[in-house]
Structures are given as structure tokens and as C-alpha cells.
Design a protein around this ligand. Sequence first.
Ligand code: ZN
Length: 252
Amino acid sequence: MTQTGEQLCYTDAYARSVGATVRHVESGEATLVVLDRTVFYPGGGGQPSDRGLILRASDGRTWTVVGARKAGGEIVHELDPADGDPPHVGDELQVDLEWARRLALMRTHTALHALCGVVWRDYGALVTGGNMEPGAGRMDFEFETMSGDLVDAIEATVNAELAAERDVRVNVLPRDEAFAIPDLIRTKINLLPPGIAEIRTIEIVGLDLQADGGTHVANTREVGGIRVIGYESKGRINKRIRIQLVDPLVAG
Ligand SMILES: [Zn+2]
């Protein structure tokens, strides 16, 4: 068994390119490549996987990476079948993210956590789910009393919290230590499989703390502002809030 490839997205969300060596190639229905290190995020927690390019050092040939996923602990890159025969095991590559898209996802993801933090702190409503695309996303809450007036207030409060330039920190804690943090319970940490020994957390300092595997900006000022673009009832208790970044494609 070889050691799992290095997964930079979890330790440095701003790493957008890296040199790597091909470890494993699979050419079936899809062309799949595993590398000894990568900057790609494999998707999860409502955040879609990255897209980008790999470029072979020896001849400059490139392949489009149309997506990535986790399989057997590894981050697997899926190549565009239109790019022809895949690279070979041992090839040295440059791995590049589609950075504008990733940065928009990081800003969106952090905005959604700010929304969760405000809704929990001010209304005690639990999150039940969420999803995002670059620049926009939605969160579902157990939030019986939600109304249009409340949603307007929530938008203003979230924007004030983002403008407060709060740092966003990544921590990896032993499972037992994570369980001792009351704030993490609302993110249903207890639903995590028992085999997981460490819990990765994302903290918007002073506002929100969640168990999370995604990529985030380092400070809320990078999010800019948000707009609530819709809200709806998914039942008596379950409500959905949709947000969008005011400026979805700020250059990184
Ligand atoms: Zn998240």
C-alpha cells in the first residue's frame, strides 16, 4: 500500500497549482487519474468539485480536468474524454485549478457559514442541508417562524458580520475534543461515521463553528456582500433561504 496522495485543499485553500507525478490511471467509461499530490477539491458538503487543467512537463500536452471525487481515500481526477489517451504512470505534471471558479466557491461557502451562524445565534434555527454553485447557494433550516421581514433582517445582519472582517480558521481536532464543543453539536457531528478519528472544523471567529471539509476564504472581508434572492417553505418547519454574492467574480 502506498501512502495516500497529498491533499492540499484541506490545508491551504489558496494553493491553486502544484507539480505532481501520476500514480494511477484508469481508462474505462471515464478517464481517471490519481496523483501523488493535488490542489483539487473533490467535492462534498454542498461544495462542488474543482475543474482545471493538467499539463505534462515533458511535452507540454494538456488535459482538461472536468471534475474530481474521493474514492478509497484518494482524490481522483476525471479527464475530458475528448482529450484523447491519458498520461502515463510516472509522468510529471503541472496541476492547475480553474481559480476564478474555486475562489467564487470559497467566498460562497464562507457566506453560507456566516448565514448559518447568524440564523443560529439570532433565531436558534438549525441547519438541515445546503448546496452551492460559484456565487450562489442555499441553506435549509428548521425555522418555523421565518418570514419576509426576518429574511430582510438576516440579510442585513449577515452583511454586517462579513464587513466586520472576521478571520476564518481551519482546525483539525481529535474526535473527543470536537464532541466537547457545544456549538458543533448543532451541525450534527454525532452523525459522522464512528471510524473518523479527527474532525476538521471551520471557524468564523466570533460567529460560527462547524465541522466541515470544504474550502473557505481566510477572512470574511473577501466575501464582500450577499443578497437574499429567495426564500421558501419546504413544509411547516423546514425553510430554505437562497443567497447570492453581490459581486460573484471578484478577481483573486
Ligand atoms: Zn460548509
